[in-house]
Write a protein that binds this ligand. Structure first.
Ligand SMILES: C[S@@+](CC[C@H](N)C(=O)[O-])C[C@H]1O[C@@H](n2cnc3c(N)ncnc32)[C@H](O)[C@@H]1O
Length: 274
């Protein structure tokens, strides 16, 4: 018989928020009480726990439960060709120049930071492949803190309705129907092999090898979670990992709204490393 958990008190919610804030740079406060509780109640039932105190004790000793907590209390909404204006700018205005510059080096390195289930990284791969043909060595790092979402991205399997943002021609070119799962499609291997999924907490010291420098970094709709201090830290990390002249794409409603001499404003939510 499953127990239904006792309602969390403010102190317990604050402890959960503090854990998230310390480890992930989040800006969670008691205002998130409803969200945290509504998402965790079911988890407590699954674990057959009757109190949030017991759950907090479990969190202290069980990293995998912390990973589960992160997956439950973050919003991972994403889609293919989300905020299409940015992909249009990339395709029409930025890629021709980036590709001309990279022709000699023969490679292009991109990072989708906070990639959720991979749609952003695969969209980037499609847009770049469509522009460059097969000639350039393209690699895209796709990272997130949610293991659950990273696994979805790695599998590259999506129901038909999630492919709606993709133009029909591109859908046929880059996705194949899954015989074993009617109504589902998988990213074709030639696209999948350009995207490499990794768990990276953006506020940790990044363990991306020093010699890797990116031409493009997409970090869209991630800053909503982060304190201003964490945002600055993350932006500094991006600066260090971009090539000079490399581009940073933020979410549509996000901006580098502090005066920072390191970046040139390109277009709404798009910046270039000086
Ligand atoms: C709303 S989704 C955005 C997905 C995609 N970038 C887009 O715009 O469609 C935000 C993602 O950021 C991730 N995230 C939040 N904080 C993070 C952190 N500290 N490090 C890495 N990823 C984080 C979440 O797990 C979530 O998948």
């Amino acid at each position: 018989m499953f127990k239904s958990p006792k309602e969390a008190n403010d102190c317990e919610i604050e402890q959960i928020c503090r854990l998230l804030n310390q480890k992930l740079g989040f800006n969670y406060t008691l205002q998130k009480k409803y969200l945290v509780q509504s998402r965790l109640n079911k988890r407590l039932v699954e674990l057959n726990m009757d109190s949030y105190q017991a759950y907090l004790e479990r969190l202290e000793r069980d990293q995998s439960e912390f990973n589960m907590l992160v997956s439950l209390v973050t919003t991972n909404v994403t889609s293919f060709f989300r905020e299409p204006y940015q992909f249009q700018v990339l395709q029409d205005e930025l890629l021709p120049e980036i590709l001309a510059e990279n022709q000699k080096a023969g490679k292009l390195r991109c990072w989708s930071a906070g990639c959720s289930s991979g749609e952003e990284a695969y969209t980037l791969a499609i847009v770049i492949k469509e522009s460059l043909g097969a000639s350039l060595d393209l690699r895209i790092l796709a990272s997130d803190i949610s293991i659950v979402k990273l696994k979805e991205g790695m599998a590259g399997i999506y129901p038909l309705e999630r492919l709606e943002g993709i133009p029909r021609k591109l859908r046929q070119k880059y996705f194949m129907p899954l015989a074993s799962k009617p109504g589902y499609f998988q990213v074709k291997p030639e696209l999948r092999e350009t995207v490499h999924f990794r768990k990276i907490n953006l506020i940790d010291k990044l363990d991306v090898p020093e010699h890797i420098k990116f031409d493009l970094i997409f970090c869209r709709n991630v800053f909503i979670y982060l304190t201003r201090d964490s945002q600055r830290k993350v932006i500094q990390g991006f600066y260090d990992y971009l090539k000079p002249g490399g581009y940073l794409f933020l979410g549509h409603s996000e901006s580098l709204n502090f005066t920072d001499p390191n970046w040139t404003f390109v277009k709404r939510s798009i910046y270039r490393k000086k």
